[in-house]
Design a protein around this ligand. Structure first.
Ligand SMILES: Nc1nc2c(c(=O)[nH]1)N[C@H]1C(S)=C(S)[C@@H](COP(=O)(O)OP(=O)(O)OC[C@H]3O[C@@H](n4cnc5c(=O)[nH]c(N)nc54)[C@H](O)[C@@H]3O)O[C@H]1N2
Ligand SMILES: Nc1nc2c(c(=O)[nH]1)N[C@H]1C(S)=C(S)[C@@H](COP(=O)(O)OP(=O)(O)OC[C@H]3O[C@@H](n4cnc5c(=O)[nH]c(N)nc54)[C@H](O)[C@@H]3O)O[C@H]1N2
Ligand code: SF4
Ligand SMILES: [Mo]
Length: 921
């Protein structure tokens, strides 16, 4: 058995992992106790990584060889790497010659390694001569970049994780840290335990687990952050909480801002935000309290906004005004989403950036980069940013698109636009690790990529810390490292575009690429000339780390000098402006989207294992119970969710955490898992069918956190629920076979389930019973096509029952079923299968539509703790046996059920359940 130190490929916390492997197989993963981001801890996602890398899963979902689709709609055919890259180079060369370099584009990802990113950027800007290289970081961090640059002068998060130890006020805004940055949240819990006087304020329209645990929750109306921060500054000014000496010594522009916030007295600001005036005042007092150390943590609630830059900057204003920056425990700390969005920013991997935090708009910077790369010039015109890039492809202006390490047909807003673009493009290359994503369906050329466990390079986390990503196993099939594919392609393109000249891509190893990147940072704010691969191998270090340094810098701006022309930070003066698409009479709900605790984006990886579906098993739209009863909707009813752009059908769920006139759908539910087709035959394109492409004028980041929608009951009387246990090496493949059938129903969802075994759940609804052949096809995919099934069909009434029972461990168990028509028996048939209960006693009742179970079947209920499979009913029962204060009850649950004793991801929720029960009692 071998052990390899690497980094988790999920969120920007950047936890160190130790990969255990045997030969070509990854067998386990655990937290690296020596890694300064996590000290050995991992969350639900990190600690299940090895389950997503099994041979069974890989063979069903990984892309293992390059393939070419001879025509749209045809099946892709395997080709050699040589054929694939010659074809690609041919298309690029032709289009560049005929239409100029700006007729090609790259849409890449904050999940690429720094080395991958570097060569993509050099390929586009250095070799081809276009700045059309943008990334999914445009949907993620570009407002944070713009906010930092507008105020502090450079794109550098000034704080570090260790600051939590010294913080007295923690302001979490637009971040569900408990779910999206769980291991950082463990540190918050530790800091609070060590310093019970620490105040936590959370500003979020939803009462998330993060908000539920706060001392003060500000449930602001969507998009009203700027009004909140201006209102807080107004209070700070009125109450003498502004650090006038700091402002005078280290900043510019405060007078204009002081004037501006006069218009935001607390009563008015609180009204705009829809919160209590007293709460806003309390937040301002805690934030600015003399002697306090205030740290703000923020993420997509600020960034994904048509006012994203203004939101970020207005928050940073508060830190500058109170001098809460550049000292332990204080600062505006933007949490990075993806594992290497930071690395992407460092190499300038966006349409408006250049290497090492240089600016495209600056001629000197362009000349420096051209010199470094050994080219005559780099292009001056900014490239197209994500939404505009897809618009340009849809308009035929950009003709060739290379997509790498991102799934835009799932994650971009306004899927109609995205799909039009992908169809219109002359040639689409998709470089992917998993062949199951919806974007692959649009590829002319599929290039298989290596991924976590196989790749070699570096990533930078939220606190500017560079860690190594290292391979534990070799590449599966013909998959190749992204940087290597790019370089191979680039050399082929060079032989067409600049024949006879020495290559710009002379690299044999990722380390050589990184060394060139390192050199580009010399003298810049992120100078890392003092680092080497070997050094980072030994300890992941924070930048800057210039030559001669012995450690990286934990905290920036401790001397009050900022990377601006005069060394002073700038206050940002902008008014509050509402969301791009306010709700109105026609579209009366504010739709918010965001993350689930146990899933990662489009779920190409987390979506392959049932255990990560224990917490939230199926898609839904969450709404306030009062809105549901007003609309006469019951939980589980199907609704049409419609915006000005599109529609989807999804079940509703009641949630107290969602405010009135608001709704929430997890961003993970793309067409791969949630589909169907509307009455006029349009395929439902997942959650982003309805979101808006409206973006912030400065950062160009789209407003994924807000769209105006209407919610109407979907009358789809015919229902089907199919569930089956399948061999592990067939379950994912079965879901892939079910996918093309989903569009035959108005609504359909398909997900995995199961911990020790692999299950597939298929749910759909239609106006009337579908053709028998379709149902037989579904049954056959679910292993219910054989002679060993019990079968009942009443065609006239549209009723259908198919059951497969088998002897497992000396008892008769339900191994698979389909309920069609009336599926009310779901309440007992589903747990029979899912919890593998003895099914002998139910006999023919299983085939009787609408039958009630003769013996009560007790469902195990929704899973809260993924590590120990502890459910909500388990916790409620545990609480019954231990009256007493919350702390004691929580400790009792930990001791008896073990929930919250391993990865800790469920701690906030378990605590919330404890508090709720105490309130009820
Ligand atoms: N489990 C999990 N963790 C992840 C990811 C994942 O896919 N799954 N993805 C990673 C990535 S790439 C990212 S970018 C981060 C995202 O991390 P977060 O930004 O923390 O997560 P989200 O759920 O997208 O949004 C955060 C919160 O913003 C709130 N919000 C919505 N509108 C507003 C508003 O107008 N103002 C304020 N103040 N808040 C608002 C939402 O209600 C939501 O609770 O997570 C990272 N971590
Ligand atoms: N409605 C809504 N939409 C959103 C958001 C939201 O909050 N709401 N959040 C936005 C944000 S913040 C983000 S970051 C995006 C994320 O959106 P995407 O970037 O689309 O997210 P992923 O599903 O992580 O896509 C990464 C892809 O890369 C593949 N992959 C994995 N490893 C490798 C590798 O090493 N090489 C290559 N070439 N491919 C690999 C994976 O299989 C996966 O398909 O979604 C955005 N979209
Ligand atoms: S918090 Fe979880 S998902 Fe994020 S890096 Fe750590 S283990 Fe991975
Ligand atoms: Mo993100």
């Amino acid at each position: 058995m071998a052990e390899t130190r690497s980094t988790c490929p999920y969120c920007g916390v950047g936890c160190g992992v130790i990969i255990e492997s045997q030969g070509a197989r990854i067998t386990g993963v655990r937290g690296d106790p020596d890694h300064p981001a996590n000290f050995g801890r991992l969350c639900t996602k990190g600690s299940t990584l090895h389950h997503t890398a099994t041979a069974a899963i890989s063979l069903q979902s990984r892309l293992l060889h390059p393939s070419h689709r001879p025509s749209r709609g045809a099946a892709p055919r395997p080709v050699s790497w040589d054929t694939a890259l010659e074809l690609a180079a041919g298309h690029f060369a032709r289009v560049v010659r005929d239409h100029g370099p700006d007729a090609v584009g790259f849409y890449i990802s904050g999940q690429l390694l720094t080395e991958d990113y570097y060569v993509f950027n050099k390929l586009a800007k250095g070799l081809i001569g276009t700045n059309n290289v943008d990334t999914n970081s445009r949907l993620c961090m570009s407002s944070a970049v713009a906010g930092y640059k507008a105020t502090l002068g450079a794109d550098a998060p000034p704080a570090c994780y260790d600051d939590l130890k010294d913080t007295t006020t923690l302001f979490i805004t637009g971040s569900n840290t408990a779910w999206a940055h769980p291991i950082l949240y463990r540190r918050i819990e530790d800091a609070r335990a060590a310093n019970p006087a620490m105040k936590i304020i959370v500003a979020d329209p939803r009462r998330t687990d993060t908000a539920g645990a706060a001392d003060l929750h500000l449930p602001i109306l969507p998009g009203t952050d700027v009004a909140l921060y201006h209102g807080m500054l107004h209070v700070m000014l009125a109450e003498g909480l502004v650090d006038e000496a700091y402002v005078a010594a280290h900043t510019n522009g405060f007078d204009a801002l002081r004037e501006r916030v006069r218009a935001y007295p607390p009563a008015e600001a609180a009204r705009l935000c829809g919160i209590a005036e007293a709460d806003l005042i309390q937040a301002a007092r805690w934030f600015g309290a003399p002697g306090s150390r205030t740290l703000s943590l923020y993420c997509q609630g600020l960034n994904q906004s048509s006012r994203g830059t203004a939101k970020n900057a207005a928050l940073i204003n508060l830190h500058l005004a109170t001098g809460q920056i550049g000292k332990p425990g204080a600062g505006p700390f933007s949490l990075t989403g993806q594992p290497n969005a930071m690395g992407g920013r460092e190499v300038g991997g966006m349409a408006n950036l250049l290497s090492a935090h240089r600016d495209l708009a600056n001629p000197e910077h362009r000349a420096e980069v051209a010199r470094l790369w050994g080219v005559d010039s780099v292009p001056a015109t900014p490239g197209k940013t994500a939404v505009d890039l897809f618009q340009a492809v849809a308009d035929g202006e950009v003709k060739v698109l290379w997509i790498s390490c991102t799934n835009p047909a799932q994650s971009m807003p306004d899927q109609n636009l995205v799909r039009r673009a992908l169809q219109r493009a002359e040639f689409v290359i998709v470089q992917e690790a998993f062949g199951t994503t919806i974007t692959c369906d649009y590829a002319d050329l599929l290039l298989p990529a290596t991924t976590w466990g196989e790749k070699d390079g570096t990533v930078t986390n939220s606190e500017r810390r560079i860690s190594r990503v290292r391979p534990a196993v070799s590449s599966p099939g013909a998959a190749r490292h992204d940087w290597a594919t790019v370089c191979d392609f680039a050399r082929r393109l060079e032989s067409r575009l600049r024949p006879g000249q020495p290559t710009l891509f002379p690299y044999d190893t990722p380390e050589q690429v990184w060394n060139e990147h390192r050199e580009s940072t010399r003298g810049r704010d992120l100078d890392i000339t003092g680092l080497t691969y070997a050094r980072i191998d030994a300890t992941p270090e924070q930048w800057p780390f210039p030559e001669g340094a012995t450690t990286g810098r934990a905290r920036l701006y401790e001397d009050g000098v900022f990377p601006t022309a005069d060394g002073r930070a700038k206050f940002h003066d902008a008014p509050y402006e509402p969301v791009a698409e306010p709700r109105d009479n026609r579209f009366p709900f504010s739709l918010n989207t965001g993350r689930l605790r146990d899933q990662w984006h489009g779920m190409s990886r987390t979506g392959t294992i049932g255990r990560l579906f224990g917490h939230v098993p199926e898609p839904s739209i969450e709404m306030n119970p009062a809105d549901l009863s007003r609309l006469q909707l019951a939980a589980g009813d199907l609704v049409h969710v419609t915006s000005r752009r599109g529609t989807l059908i999804v079940p509703v769920a009641a949630s107290e955490s969602v405010a009135l006139s608001q709704a929430f759908i997890a961003m993970h539910w793309g067409e791969e898992f949630l589909s169907g087709s509307t009455s006029n035959g349009v395929k439902v394109q997942g959650v982003n069918a309805v979101t808006t492409p409206a973006y912030c004028p400065t950062s160009k980041q789209p407003e994924l956190k807000h769209a105006a929608v209407k919610v109407l009951k979907a009358e789809l009387p015919w229902r089907v629920l199919g569930m089956a246990w399948l061999p592990e090496e067939q379950a994912t493949a079965a879901r892939e076979k079910l996918k093309p059938l989903m569009g035959a129903f108005a609504f359909s969802s398909c997900v995995p389930f199961g911990r020790e075994r692999s299950g597939v759940l298929f749910r759909a609804a239609a106006y009337e019973a579908p053709p028998d052949e379709l149902m037989q096809q579904i049954e056959s995919i679910l292993g219910l096509g054989g002679r060993d099934v019990l079968h009942y069909v009443d065609k006239r009434r549209g009723q259908r029952r198919t059951m497969r029972l088998a002897e497992v461990n000396d008892q008769t168990q339900l191994e698979g079923f389909v309920l069609g028509g009336d599926i009310s028996a779901e309440v007992w048939v589903k747990p029979l299968l899912q919890d593998q209960l003895p099914a002998q006693a139910y006999g023919r009742l299983l085939l009787l539509p609408g039958a009630k179970a003769p013996v009560a079947v007790k469902a195990r209920g929704r899973q809260v703790c993924t590590c120990f499979n502890v459910t909500e009913p388990d916790i409620l029962a545990g609480l019954q046996s231990c009256p007493g204060p919350a702390d004691q009850q929580f400790a009792h649950l930990q001791a008896t059920l073990k929930c919250g004793t391993n990865c800790g991801s469920c701690i906030p929720e378990v605590k919330r359940i404890v508090m709720m029960q105490l309130k009820v009692a």
